[in-house]
Design a binder for this molecule. Structure first.
Ligand SMILES: [Zn+2]
Length: 213
């Protein structure tokens, strides 16, 4: 297993904090001092989701103190496993180049880890945030995208059912969906992705060490 060490993860989180702090500097320099400071300044939006992102930005306006508190809190870092690995739960596919699982030929870059388990296994939010997408995403099936407000977003695909709606605020660990095989899937699993400033990153660099089970 290629899990990163706790020190690597702490360094990565620190780097992510410094990046988000740097992005907040223009707002600091503007010196507005009010709640109208633009927390999302400089944050790259995820093109396909720009309308949802606008929804998020229009509904959430945070003071700099609140932004700082969020960035220092693990609650808004998607480190909690959406599915517990154990007797049934396991990682069926890793982040990286792989053979197309449906056709069995050709290679593709898989920007996710796939978490397989029994049908309707509960899927938990990896961090607190706001649901910016809860929709049928074509080949990804029923998909939920959560914006954690600090550059991180997490996405959960192939759900059998969705228990939250766009605009909902969710807490870290909250059950947001059940596992299925909607869309283009060879079996029941959750395709789980983490984006940092709009770019997909390997979820295993952010997730906690998995508990032995
Ligand atoms: Zn996948």
């Amino acid at each position: 297993m290629k899990f990163s060490s706790p020190i690597q993860r702490i360094l990565r989180r620190t780097a992510a904090f410094l990046i988000t702090a740097a992005l907040a500097l223009p707002a600091l320099a503007a010196g507005t001092g009010g709640t109208a400071a633009a927390p999302m300044t400089g944050r790259r939006s995820f093109d396909a989701l720009s309308s949802a992102s606008e929804l998020f930005q229009s509904e959430i306006t945070l003071s700099l103190e609140e932004i700082k508190a969020r960035e220092e809190s693990d609650e808004y870092i998607p480190h909690v496993w959406p599915v517990r690995l154990g007797e049934f739960g396991y990682i069926s596919s890793y982040y990286g180049i792989r053979i197309d699982p449906v056709t069995g030929e050709g290679s593709e870059f898989h920007y996710a880890i796939d978490l397989a388990d029994k049908p309707n296994t509960k899927i938990h939010a990896a961090a607190s945030g706001v649901v910016v997408e809860a929709m049928d995403y074509g080949g990804y099936g029923l998909t939920i995208l959560i914006d954690h407000g600090n550059g991180y977003q997490s996405r959960y695909s192939h759900c059998n059912s969705m228990l939250v709606s766009e605009g909902d605020t969710v807490c870290q660990g909250q059950v947001i969906a059940t596992m299925g095989a909607t869309g283009r899937a060879t079996g029941v699993h959750c395709d789980f992705r983490i984006y940092l400033n709009g770019e997909p990153i390997d979820p295993l660099t952010v997730l906690d060490e998995p508990e032995e089970g």
